[in-house]
Design a protein around this ligand. Structure first.
Ligand code: MG
Length: 246
């Protein structure tokens, strides 16, 4: 499919008359940081300590759900245990400690260039993450100085994790944007599903083991191999998107 056909297809299934992109809603783990290998390792450690069998791949599939959603689900299916909110909160604290012990995840190659290109094109970058860690949010300020706008959505703002569209709907609401004004950059199938359900033009990046076809199946409009490839393609993509103004 050509870029023009992809955009036409987006307009067809959303019923939008045109695109007028002025905001990019950007996920954090697996997009800004190469952090998913650490998260999946920390999740497996937590589950094993609690006698729950699992593989790292499962946690790539679950990325985007909130920490307590993941804990409640895995303890129920893996150990037949109903975890309370307080217990889930405490267990998530342990998982976060295991994650931190692995050291700082590197900035994703190409991420800075993607954000710079968007900003130079007059597009406001909006962080949309399920994370509630203040240390991470401060780190983003440091690693991506001046590249994000004022508005951001974090784990403090949302009640339902992805694939519920709430995080993206909240971001659009806060930034005063409509779906045809937003593109989303996501790496996880549940994140792509949430963005697609919110009606945004959704770009997937396969920065982990999840194959391209799974992101298309989840509803991605376009999929790039990684953030470097997206950075290289972005200038012509933005031209193509701007030609379709309503
Ligand atoms: Mg992610």
């Amino acid at each position: 499919m050509t870029l023009q056909q992809t955009i036409a297809e987006y307009l067809r299934y959303t019923g939008q008359k045109g695109l007028d992109i002025s905001a990019a809603l950007i996920d954090c783990d697996g997009v800004l940081y190469d952090s998913m290998k650490y998260h999946t390792q920390a999740w497996v450690k937590l589950m094993k300590k609690n006698g729950i069998k699992c593989t790292r791949d499962e946690f790539y599939e679950l990325e985007g759900m909130t920490g307590s959603e993941i804990i409640k689900m895995k303890f129920k299916t893996g150990a037949g245990k109903n975890v309370t909110d307080d217990e889930a909160h405490a267990l998530y604290g342990v998982k976060t400690r295991y994650f931190r012990e692995l050291g700082e995840a590197p900035v994703m190659p190409g991420a800075v260039r993607v954000l710079e290109t968007l900003k130079e094109s007059g597009i406001v970058n909006v962080l949309v993450t399920g994370s509630q860690q203040d240390a991470l949010l401060e780190r983003i300020e440091r690693d991506f100085t001046g590249l994000f706008g004022e508005v951001k959505v974090t784990g403090h703002d949302v009640r339902k994790g992805k694939p519920n569209p709430e995080p993206f709907l909240k971001a659009m609401n806060k930034a005063e944007k409509k779906p045809h004004q937003c593109l989303v950059i996501e790496n996880a199938p549940l994140g792509v599903q949430a963005a697609h359900a919110a009606g945004c033009f959704t770009i997937g990046v396969t920065t982990g083991p999840i194959p391209e076809k799974d992101l298309y199946k989840a509803g991605a409009d376009l999929v790039y191999k990684n953030m470097d490839e997206l950075a290289a393609a972005l200038p012509s993509l933005l031209v193509a998107l701007s030609l379709i103004k309503a």
